[in-house]
Ligand binder design. Structure first.
Ligand code: SAM
Ligand code: SF4
Length: 305
């Protein structure tokens, strides 16, 4: 039975940032709402212990993110340890895809079920502008390898950016169709660079209207009120609109763990973190760790209410 916060929202998923390090420099990156700090990282056995506590409280889904999770040389061990925990039914990862050709198969064998790969554009030039790197082809190869390795679904995360990739929705849908992918179109969230946000924030409503016209079926996912459009061609397109969205908060069922071991009740806040790594390193027992978890869950408040 999942823990509930004081607003009655069950907490079923844990989103773990395993590192803040990244080999890309996406200009819009929100770094999962973490304050920038390239200090401590949790060891695989520490991550396992924290997930065991989470599982004992009813959490069954784990998403690994970062920074770039594949920057960690021990990422396969992290996945293997998490997948060995009774009660964890779903392990997924969000990655920039650069090292997926190398890791997809090992990750699948270690227990990773599915993956989200960030790819905003099919143009190498735009890719260079967005990420500051020339690894466009490597990311595409990584996506193809993830499908071959049996990760399912492989979702492509496309952040919609005014003046950059708004004209690419149709070609990205075609790319998803051709390669057996789900396309996830994400609204840009404001990060620290307000000018860039104002310049590139694009409204998703027009796109949603067009998708509705092409859809054989529209499904609203309870979690964060996402809409899934099953197009007549069979391809799935999801739309994620977290900004200023009461529904996003009301249906949020996740808690976060920062790369330096702090429970983070809300993506948009850093003033209510609960350090769990330090007590763990100082010898806290299971009961004390569970209490820290419960304290963090009790602090959850819908942000856009
Ligand atoms: N490095 C990995 C990656 O890029 O997938 C994982 C971390 S990244 C912070 C997680 C996801 O957040 C990516 O899909 C990225 O596109 C998305 N993201 C980052 N900054 C964002 C922003 N300002 N608005 C919306 N999505 C953002
Ligand atoms: Fe941020 Fe991910 Fe881009 Fe790295 S690859 S800069 S973590 S969005």
């Amino acid at each position: 039975m999942a823990l509930k916060d004081s607003f009655g929202r069950p907490v079923e998923n844990l989103r773990i940032s395993v590192t803040q390090r990244c080999n890309f420099r996406c200009f819009y990156c929100h770094r999962e709402g973490e304050d920038y700090n390239l200090g401590v990282e949790m060891l695989p056995e520490e991550i396992e212990r924290i997930v065991r506590v989470a599982a004992s409280l009813g959490i069954y889904g784990v998403k690994l993110t970062g920074g770039e999770p594949l920057m960690r040389g021990d990422i396969v061990e992290i996945v293997r340890r998490i997948s060995s925990i009774a009660g964890i039914k779903d392990i997924s990862m969000t990655t920039n895809g650069l090292y997926l050709t190398e890791y997809a198969r090992q990750l699948r064998e270690a227990g990773l079920k599915r993956v989200n790969v960030s790819l905003d554009t099919l143009s190498p030039e735009k890719f260079r502008f967005i990420t500051g790197t020339n690894f466009h082809r490597d990311v595409i190869n990584g996506i193809i390898e993830a499908v071959r390795a049996g990760l399912n679904p492989v979702k492509v995360n496309m952040v919609l950016l005014k003046g950059i990739n708004e004209d690419e929705v149709d070609s990205m849908i075609g790319f998803a169709e051709d390669n057996g992918l789900v396309l996830q179109i994400i609204e840009l969230e404001s990060s620290y660079e307000d000018d860039l946000y104002i310049q590139h924030h694009a409204n998703l409503e027009e796109i949603e209207k067009k998708l509705e016209g092409r859809a054989a079926q529209v499904i609203v996912r309870r979690m964060q009120h996402r809409k899934r459009y099953i197009l007549r061609s069979g391809v799935e397109v999801e739309v994620v609109k977290p900004m200023h969205n009461n529904e996003f908060c009301l249906h949020c069922n996740r808690i976060r763990l920062t790369s330096d071991g702090k429970l983070k009740p809300c993506l948009f806040r850093n003033d209510n973190l609960v350090d769990i790594l330090r007590p763990l390193r100082e010898g806290a027992d299971e009961k004390q760790l569970r209490e820290l978890f419960i304290k963090a869950v009790e602090m959850r408040r819908p942000f856009f209410l």
